[in-house]
Design a protein around this ligand. Structure first.
Ligand SMILES: N[C@@H](CCC(=O)N[C@@H](CS)C(=O)NCC(=O)O)C(=O)O
Length: 395
């Protein structure tokens, strides 16, 4: 169970607690050189949290990218890096996923994967291979995910990953359509009575290394003069027990993940949890591919967009196969009247996706609604309903 303490006690306990966290959190992710730097064991992080955090989670380039002239490499990037053909040849999509985040990516004891992101792997397989089951799921930690993508270990990464400028510009990856508009939140045991992040002054805060989360934590708390001790872990398997044992007074990550952990913890007998109302960042999550293969990126992207367009057309897994209307836009979308989406995709690729997996709403309701989150009132709604989901036309 979670032990509680006063702010003062947290300050005094920080050294010992962080030393423990270091053992668990030590990692050498090449996408985050801050992971092993800001430790409180030899520095009083609570007093100066922001100064020791680097501005980006990847090593900063010597010069800002914006000032760099376009290189020949940029100009020579080909339209076709060959991955679309390679995946078709292999007849299997290698999809990098989370295996321990309820709602987004989990694997059961029989090795069966499920979750919102997992279903988007299936969407891509259905769109490109015509069969949503032709997926090999490759579980990746926050630290390992980008290297796995750029090294070719996975064809696409769909793992609650936030699109950011530095990741896009420096890591050789290409963020596609956002599938889930998220933001970073903070959770505490409800019994603390804490409702604002200001009340966490001096607290130990659990956070995963190699994430946008740890950077936002430093930036926001630093800017507001709230002292804190980051307790960094490489995976939630390590973070969760530390939080439950009271090693951290708060847990910060994507708000959707906090919702998932709140229900999981409470269902498994832990005390009631409270998610603070304040959202401290933008976390647009979605699929990404490696740079340099435009056709592959387009094929993945149009497959994902099909789930949004189908929802807007009120087409779902039960009715898309039997559309009998005459809307010319829908007739294009479902591949009749000679519509060719290009890229060698089947004219009925959208029908394959929606029939086999579902439209966005179906995927959301199956995986995210059980976490206690809703479409209504969120950015994860169609643009026609006040949300941010918008697919360019299929014509
Ligand atoms: N969206 C953020 C955070 C991603 C992240 O790592 N989230 C946690 C959610 S608690 C996670 O995936 N945990 C699973 C793990 O332990 O690897 C990012 O892209 O950096």
């Amino acid at each position: 169970m979670i032990s509680l303490g006063s702010t003062k006690r947290w300050r005094f306990a920080a050294g010992a607690a962080v030393a423990l966290a270091l053992v668990a959190g030590a990692c050498s992710g090449d996408d985050d050189d801050s992971a092993s730097e800001d430790t409180a064991a030899d520095e009083p992080a609570a007093e100066e949290p922001a100064a020791e955090e680097p501005a980006g989670e990847e090593p900063a380039a010597e010069e800002p990218a914006a000032e760099e002239p376009a290189t020949d490499d940029t100009v020579e990037v080909t339209q076709d890096g060959g991955l679309l053909d390679a995946v078709r040849e292999r007849d299997l999509l290698r999809c990098g996923v989370n295996n321990e985040l309820p709602g987004f990516g989990v694997v059961d004891s029989a090795g069966v994967y499920s979750g919102f992101d997992v279903e988007y792997c299936q969407v891509v397989a259905a769109g490109i291979l015509g069969d949503s089951t032709k997926v090999e799921y490759i579980p990746l930690s926050s630290e390992a995910r980008f290297t796995a993508l750029t090294s070719g270990e996975v064809d696409v990464l769909i793992r609650n990953t936030t699109a950011t400028a530095t990741r896009d510009g420096e890591l050789g990856v290409n963020f596609l359509t956002t599938t889930f508009y998220d933001g970073q939140g903070v959770m505490v045991p409800a019994s603390t009575g804490f409702t604002t992040i200001e009340e966490l002054d001096g607290a130990n805060i659990c956070v995963l290394s190699g994430t946008t989360t740890e950077l936002n934590l430093a930036a926001v708390f630093g800017a507001r003069g709230i002292a804190f001790n980051p307790q960094k872990f490489e995976t939630d398997d390590l973070l969760r027990p530390a939080y439950e044992q009271g090693q951290c007074e708060a847990w910060t990550t994507d708000a959707s993940a906090l919702a998932a952990w709140k229900s999981t913890l409470e269902a498994e007998g832990a005390e009631e949890q409270f998610i603070m109302p304040e959202i401290i960042s933008k976390e647009p999550l979605g699929p990404l591919v490696a740079d340099g293969d435009t056709e592959w990126a387009q094929a993945v992207n149009w497959s994902v967009l099909a789930t949004i367009q189908a929802w807007e057309f009120e087409l779902d897994s039960t009715n898309i196969g039997s559309y009998a209307g005459e809307d010319p836009n829908i007739l294009n979308f479902i591949g009749t009247d000679g519509f060719d989406p290009g890229l060698g995709l089947s004219p009925t690729f959208a029908v394959d996706i929606v029939t086999q997996v579902g439209n966005y709403q179906e995927i959301f309701e199956r995986n995210i609604v059980p976490l206690g989150l809703t479409i209504e009132g969120s950015p994860n709604n169609l643009w026609t309903e006040g949300g941010l989901l918008y697919a360019p036309p299929y014509r």
